[in-house]
Design a binder for this molecule. Structure first.
Ligand code: PMP
Length: 456
């Protein structure tokens, strides 16, 4: 039973003692008590299907028994040591982790969060190339440090202070809302594998967006002097935005011919979540020079990593660079067990199976309801964009969005929210979610859409 502070006291403490920028979901914030695999339980014992996995973080399941066992074992042996001493967990872990990556990516630096990982990646790119300019995409989210606020290109995550300079935002090749793509992409029936096929049609999204990237180079980058490009394999916080087929390959080439390196931010898309591949960048057919990861890597335990080539890693030799908690024995025991469970329980395949089912079923809601503008994603990383109407695709206003979203919560399904206009429902559950759970989630969303139209 719940033995924590009463709900009302928590609301008062939240108002008095928590910084105001901490957003909380739902009109009546959810006070949680327990988690079990894909399920969460609030302080009153009400059960919720967690379709957002603590922001795309719980990969193998809340309190997964095998992970918990590994934690308990390690807690009783050694929590912390730092890298000035050796501990086998770290060495075993980096060996296992690198075995999942292309063979040129061998050198690992363990950290504690996605922001730390991306910070380090930009730092490496700049040191290695001797260049300074970084390119990121509009609508990207890479983290909240001053360095990264420059690459995060969402005004909703900016403050009225200058952020890291030397960052240029390329037009996001968004085939739903962007200038190119549109109709042909939206009409695509194969939602599951929907890399935009526009380039084979009239709109030629890949080519047109690529020209925009070339313009960034032409106008903003000293010729031949870019440090790197950072990109999510599917934009997460930005509302599950896919890049058209072939775009990233061309972008990588352009960056490399201008002296830069390519960074794949796999914080949300890694560890099999996208179903067909273990790493999101693989769906684009590219080979990054630096890969950053966090969230799903630790199933909710603070852990992150940067993996790069030995040549790039070499630049850190010139001075000291250190992270107190990075690679601690406890975090590594979790990381190791997560990799083991992903394999044992075939969760990448499950992501594909349940994700495909979800995409197909959600597409039926798109066909039925005027306010479901788009359904997109890959594996268990899915976005449902709510709009005023399908003709203009203007975002559904916040009040209406919250009505639908809150209703889902009241019926026992937790869904994420994203996109620059906050009008994209994000589904990224723990990867152990079942077909029956997916059916329940779709049923609940269906019901809340019906309720929405019946009430309005
Ligand atoms: N990159 C991506 C793609 C993310 O989604 C996030 C977090 N939402 C980060 C980086 C930053 O991770 P963290 O919050 O662990 O610093």
């Amino acid at each position: 039973p719940y033995e924590g502070l009463p709900y009302e006291n928590i609301q008062k403490i939240k108002n008095d003692n928590i910084v105001p920028c901490i957003q909380q979901y739902y009109k009546k914030p959810l006070l949680l008590h327990e988690g079990k695999m894909q399920w969460l339980f609030d302080f009153e014992g009400k059960r919720y299907l967690d379709m957002f996995g603590g922001i795309v973080t719980v990969s193998v399941g809340h309190c997964h028994p095998k992970i918990n066992k590994a934690i308990h074992k390690q807690v009783d042996t050694l929590w912390h040591s730092t890298n000035i001493y050796q501990h086998p967990n770290l060495y075993k872990y980096v060996e296992e982790l690198t075995s999942t990556l292309p063979s040129h990516l061998k050198a690992v630096y363990l950290v504690n969060s996605g922001s730390e990982a991306n910070d380090l990646a930009l730092f490496l790119a700049r040191l290695y190339t001797g260049n300074f300019e970084i390119i990121s995409f509009r609508n990207a989210y890479h983290g909240m440090s001053p360095y990264l606020m420059g690459t995060t290109a969402l005004s909703t995550w900016r403050f009225n202070v200058p952020v890291s300079f030397g960052v240029h935002h390329a037009m996001v090749p968004d085939v739903f809302k962007g200038l190119w793509g549109g109709k042909y992409c939206r009409d695509s029936v194969v939602q599951t594998t929907r890399q935009c096929e526009c380039s084979t049609f009239r709109c030629q999204a890949t080519e047109n967006y690529y020209k925009q990237l070339e313009e960034v180079f032409m106008y903003s980058i000293p010729r031949g002097h870019v440090a790197g490009l950072i990109a999510e394999s599917i934009q997460g916080v930005g509302g599950i935005v896919h890049f058209p087929k072939g775009y990233l390959q061309k972008a990588y080439e352009l960056v490399r011919t201008n002296g830069g390196v390519c960074i794949a931010d796999e914080v949300q898309t890694g560890f099999g979540r996208t179903g067909d591949h273990f790493w999101g960048f693989q769906m684009h057919g590219v080979k990054p020079d630096i890969v950053t990861m966090a969230k799903g890597i630790g199933n909710g335990f603070p852990l992150g990593a940067v993996v790069t080539t030995p040549e790039i890693a070499e630049v850190l030799k010139h001075s000291s660079h250190f992270n107190t908690f990075g690679g601690n024995p406890l975090a590594c025991s979790v990381g190791l067990k997560v990799l083991e469970v992903l394999k044992e329980e075939d969760l990448q395949y499950n992501s594909k199976k349940v994700g495909t089912y979800l995409l197909n079923e959600l597409a039926k809601l798109r066909d039925k309801f005027e306010c479901v503008g788009d359904v997109r994603g890959k594996g268990l990383m899915i976005g449902v964009e709510l709009v005023k109407n399908k003709k203009t695709n203007e975002p559904l206003n916040a009040t209406d969005f919250v009505r639908i979203w809150d209703d889902c919560k009241d019926m026992g399904v937790l869904i994420g929210r994203g996109g620059i206009n906050g009008n994209v429902l994000r589904l990224a559950p723990p990867m152990c979610v079942t077909l029956a759970d997916a059916e329940f989630a779709v049923h609940v969303l269906h019901k809340s859409l019906l309720n929405f139209y019946n009430r309005s």
